[in-house]
Write a new protein. Structure first.
Length: 410
């Protein structure tokens, strides 16, 4: 009996050791980036304090890898893309890091509030509903055919870009089936449905759609040529949560009229006025991604040329320490102190850093991070390293920020 008990004890102990070892390996792996950008001539001290070494294969000689007990030093004089093997204790393959060597990059951090107007590429379906026909019966003509989040592109072969065109197409067809071309999850297909005639003589399909949206955000950066990135997260539909597929979009000067302070459980908000006239347009939106909106500023918009360029800080440059955000919540651009509390170096989304507002003035004005501040650039050690993206609802002094290199990779 004792022998069986001893065997069981040893088995449990062995499993514990294996589990601890596996968790330790996973912890080490999570601290090593899957992909890494670096600059020509920049010396990088990698993996300091970790029991790993970078494999020095012929294919990565151009990186000038130097291993030692304190980690690995990398320095390259040649641009290119390389794969570097990382070995645990210098013996066991742990992971492969993709390294991209490039020229140093510079951006002008902005922090300016912007008015955003976007048109969808097609009509976004918000919901389907039942329709009471003129006979008093209830019908659901779009049920199980159209889904929330679909985009309606054409009706009977003709493009529909506005709600007015959508309604006109339904009325033209009366009681005949309509061929509707939709895009769902990036793929186009064609469906058919029959309108229902209601008591006033008009026809309905029982579909709620949206053709455009607008809001306020913050410009993150401007390039030398006037390209811009903003928000740090994508524009999604408030009702469906769908990342909006843009057919076009514009940036406008905006005026902040009021600020609703953030409180625990209730995110605050910048409230502003967008005068959407041609003379007030400052740029065109060309792309909407999960890491922000991107486009080109107007040549007539001169204000961005007054901004100073700043080096781009990469993921490995970011430290858990003091940093700043630039925001215009007081009528002009100012730096406000924050603390970077957590770093997820392998983040590919817009939540690579957890930040906390420590600036007493900003806390007094906004209560922390509020809606409309998304896109505020994050600065550390004289480099632009990211953008504010989200607020934590249960603590408005804290939120998330995206790495700037993730935004630049879009």
């Amino acid at each position: 009996m004792k022998r069986k008990y001893r065997r069981l004890l040893f088995s449990v102990l062995a499993l514990d050791i294996l589990l601890i070892g596996w968790l330790s390996i996973q912890s080490v792996s999570s601290q090593i980036p899957d992909t890494m950008w670096t600059y020509i001539g920049k010396e990088e001290d990698l993996f300091s304090g970790l029991p790993v070494k970078a494999g020095k294969e012929d294919s990565v000689e151009a990186l000038n890898l130097t291993g030692g007990s304190g980690g690995t030093t990398l320095k390259s004089q040649a641009k290119g893309n390389y794969s570097v093997d990382i070995r645990l204790f210098g013996l066991f393959q742990l992971k492969t890091v993709e390294v991209k060597v490039m020229d140093p990059m510079y951006l002008a951090p902005s922090g300016e509030p912007i008015g955003i107007y976007v048109e969808t590429n097609g009509l976004l379906v918000l919901a389907t509903t039942s329709v009471e026909g003129k006979d008093g019966l209830v019908y659901e003509p779009a049920a199980n055919i159209i889904q929330k989040g679909d985009y309606i592109l054409k009706m009977n072969g003709k493009p529909v870009k506005t709600i007015k065109e959508f309604n006109a197409a339904v009325q033209r067809n009366k009681n005949e089936k309509i061929r509707v071309r939709i895009r769902r999850n990036g793929r186009e297909t064609e469906v058919a449905m029959k309108p229902v005639e209601v008591r006033d003589g008009s026809c309905k399909l029982g579909i709620w759609v949206r053709e455009d949206t607008q809001g306020i955000g913050t410009m993150t950066y401007v390039t030398k040529s006037g390209g811009f990135g903003a928000l740090g997260h994508g524009i999604t539909d408030a009702d469906t949560g769908t990342l909006m597929n843009l057919g076009g979009g514009e940036l406008f000067n905006t005026e902040i009229l009021d600020i609703t302070q953030g409180k625990r459980g209730m995110p605050g908000e910048l409230e502003g006025y967008i005068n959407m006239v041609a003379d007030n347009c400052i740029g065109l939106i060309k792309k909407n991604t999960s890491l922000g909106i991107f486009g080109q500023l107007s040549k007539d918009y001169k204000d961005w040329k007054k901004l100073d360029l700043m080096p781009v800080g990469l993921k490995q440059d970011v430290k858990k320490s003091k940093a700043w955000i630039i925001s215009d919540v007081e009528g002009n651009r100012k730096k406000y102190e924050i603390e970077i509390e957590e770093i997820n170096i392998n983040s590919k989304d817009n939540k690579g850093m957890v930040i906390r507002v420590t600036d007493s003035n900003l806390l007094k004005i906004t209560g922390g991070i509020v809606q409309g501040m998304s896109g505020s650039p994050v600065i550390q050690d004289g480099k632009i390293i990211g953008a504010v993206t989200h607020v934590l609802v249960d603590d408005p002094t804290r939120g998330y920020a995206a790495f700037i290199e993730n935004m630049l990779s879009q």
